[in-house]
Design a protein around this ligand. Structure first.
Ligand SMILES: NC(=O)c1ccc[n+]([C@@H]2O[C@H](COP(=O)([O-])OP(=O)(O)OC[C@H]3O[C@@H](n4cnc5c(N)ncnc54)[C@H](OP(=O)(O)O)[C@@H]3O)[C@@H](O)[C@H]2O)c1
Length: 278
């Protein structure tokens, strides 16, 4: 017999895309929505149950899940949205900071998935939605650590989908393009100043372009709507790119020769900064 309620956990639900997803899903009376944040705060939406979780801390993930399972006895859908971005030239970003980027955006997602899977396997069903990014298939200059972590998440999501198919657990990747959230304000400018200066004005230009694109991007509700629609599907697809132009860019990135792709991206992000200075 089909059960009536669907229990959903959204990581990174205190802001931006995760918050918009939690709010949209909570509008469906069948969905019981839990959201996470590193701060122990209540949501202004009384239908969302907030849990304290830091995705870099195994105990924190276990504690949050224990609270959810004690109350609901199951978890049907996991949506991994917690994340942040760093910028800087590859040469100038300290490896420790790059590791932090992967620790939150990539390994943070892995940790939560690992903790949730025993429950989903026991239930013999579940849906895992990872929030990727168009930056996972567009290698953006001066945001390479972020792009690389999202690229890794793409690969992980595709492998995981195959591994979990026999358990009736679906894995999906939702890829937003530029979206207006606190992501822009929270971006860590991680480059060491003296080295970063050698890459200017290209580096400054690229970061400015990213910030402008995000500030003029979609509202997070558009991503939330895509997730809402995804959950209605009997067999949710592997990949959902949000926004028509990003769907077109995805196809272009797959078919264009690297030379053309690089020429377009270089022009867009670094403008006319061609020459390496003496
Ligand atoms: N904005 C864009 O243009 C865009 C485009 C494509 C993809 N994305 C992706 O969308 C996701 C959400 O980003 P957003 O745009 O919504 O940014 P946001 O508004 O800054 O929200 C980030 C969320 O992640 C949480 N978070 C950050 N570090 C965390 C940690 N260590 N443990 C647990 N939670 C953590 C934050 O919660 P607390 O600070 O309360 O803990 C917050 O709820 C990210 O994965 C991002 O890469 C964003």
């Amino acid at each position: 017999m089909e059960k009536d309620n669907i229990v959903i956990l959204v990581t990174g639900a205190s802001s931006g895309i995760g918050q918009a997803i939690a709010e949209k899903l909570a509008s469906n009376p069948k969905y019981i929505v839990y959201g996470t944040s590193r701060k122990a705060s209540d949501s202004s939406n009384r239908k969302i149950h907030m849990l304290k979780m830091d995705v870099t801390d195994e105990n924190s993930i276990s504690n949050a899940l224990e609270q959810l399972i004690t109350k609901e006895k199951c978890i049907d859908v996991l949506i991994n949205s917690a994340g942040f971005g760093i910028s800087g030239a590859i040469e100038s970003v300290p490896v420790d900071v790059a590791k932090k980027q992967f620790d939150v955006n990539f390994f943070g997602t892995v940790r939560v998935i690992q903790k949730v899977l025993p429950y989903m396997r026991a239930q013999k069903k579940g849906i895992i939605i990872n929030i990727g990014s168009v930056a996972g298939y567009i290698p953006i200059p001066f945001q390479s650590m972020y792009s690389s972590a999202k690229y890794a998440l793409e690969s992980l999501s595709e492998s995981l989908r195959m591994e979990l198919a026999p358990f009736n657990i679906h894995v999906c990747l939702v890829e937003p393009g530029d979206t207006r959230t606190n992501f822009t304000k929270s971006r860590m400018k991680a480059g060491r100043e003296e080295i970063e200066a050698l890459y200017n004005p290209a580096s400054k230009n690229a970061i400015q372009v990213m910030e402008n694109d995000e500030e003029n991007g979609y509202s997070p509700e558009k991503v939330a709507f895509a997730v809402f629609k995804l959950l209605k599907k009997k067999t949710p697809p592997m990949r959902t790119t949000v926004g028509l132009e990003y769907k077109a860019i995805y196809v272009l990135m797959k078919i264009l020769p690297t030379r053309l792709k690089q020429s377009f991206l270089k022009k867009k992000y670094t403008g006319n900064c061609k020459k390496i200075r003496e």
